[in-house]
Write a protein that binds this ligand. Structure first.
Ligand code: HEM
Length: 310
């Protein structure tokens, strides 16, 4: 496979060694999030989280790592299972759509609760409005999506302000940033793993517990069909390059699903614990109510998948 490809109108790096090299090179920086945004907007969030910082990256990453250090992955796994079982129980004999009812909200609700949000369900709604426009350049400043996301950021700030002592901008953004970082990728991991299990056994009515356990299913999914396919860097010459996180598969040096180097995902253990917790509850207590509708873009994630309690 060539290292550099000119795909459509962008430069893509798809060789694992070359991706790793760039992710370790301080000359390649994350896309700039702009400056001077008003407090409490999504632009302000981008400008204060570690994810899009260059000069302040180390200190801001430490804030995120300190918060994550207070969250025990084993506890998160148990809570994710418990909340999932409650949602399944509340559905009774009615089929429910697993992506919208469980895969997206549950990990964020469990994290929000652990991070002292005052209303975890509302926090999950707010995060779902922020996530689509979180990446720099993903929405126009005055677009409706950006304005809706601003309401989400304000909602989370008010939730965290109710229960916590006053926070610096960076500390507040770190807390909100963890929820937003968790949202899409963890939901996609759950959906993709569920689909893999459906295709292997679940859909044929066979026992829905993989031989290598739920943790094995999650690990296989991360290697074979990782949720975040690309990340971006700006080269020393100012060119935007797209780095494949799905190119490493069974590479002996390890997969790239959680990135590499100084920006390696600090929530990797938490993400896997949340996904395992949700999947365990779903595989033990539900069966498919109808075949899934599968999205056309990789990763292979269900856009609609109805399950029913068994
Ligand atoms: C399956 C789920 C997840 C995947 C696949 C994933 C993947 C990634 C990747 C690839 C990066 C690095 C991006 C880059 O270098 O450009 C990253 C960064 C990050 N992730 Fe995750 N992530 C997941 C879940 C989570 C969760 C649950 C949290 C927190 C609770 C989290 C927090 C973060 C943070 C704070 C960063 C920024 C790190 C930095 O810039 O230093 N992630 N994630």
């Amino acid at each position: 496979m060539p290292t550099v490809q000119q795909a459509a109108d962008r430069t893509e790096i798809t060789d694992p060694a070359a991706v790793r090299e760039i992710l370790l090179d301080p000359g390649y920086v994350v896309p700039h999030p702009g400056r001077g945004a008003d407090f409490g907007t999504v632009a302000w969030l981008r400008q204060h989280v570690a994810r899009f910082s260059t000069a302040e990256h180390y200190q801001r990453r430490q804030l995120a790592a300190d918060l994550l250090g207070q969250l025990d992955p084993g506890y998160l796994r148990g809570r994710a299972s418990q909340v999932t079982r409650t949602i399944v129980g509340a559905a009774g004999n009615e089929p429910f759509e697993v992506m919208s009812r469980v895969a997206r909200p549950v990990p964020v609700m469990v994290l929000a609760d652990s991070l002292h949000a005052s209303d975890a369900a509302r926090a999950a709604d707010a995060v779902s409005a922020i996530a689509p426009v979180y990446q720099p350049g993903s929405a126009e400043p005055e677009s409706r999506a950006e304005l809706v996301a601003n309401v989400g950021v304000a909602q989370l700030i008010s939730q965290f302000s109710t229960l916590l002592p006053p926070q610096s901008d960076d500390a507040m953004a770190a807390r909100i940033g963890l929820l937003v970082q968790a949202h899409d990728a963890t939901a996609v991991l759950i959906g993709t793993a569920l689909l893999a299990e459906y295709e292997a056994a679940y859909g044929a009515g066979q026992p829905a517990l993989p031989a290598d356990g739920t943790a094995g299913l999650v690990a296989r999914t991360l290697r074979g069909d990782p949720p975040a396919r690309w990340t971006r860097r700006v080269s020393p010459a100012g060119e935007l390059v797209w780095l494949s996180l799905a190119c490493a598969g069974d590479d002996p040096a390890g997969h790239l699903a959680f990135g590499h180097g100084p920006r390696y995902c600090p929530g990797a253990a938490h993400a896997q614990a949340l996904a395992v917790g949700v999947l365990q509850a779903l595989l033990e207590h539900c069966q498919p109510a109808a075949p899934p509708v599968i999205g056309t873009e990789p990763p292979r994630v269900p856009t609609q998948f109805h399950l029913v309690a068994q």
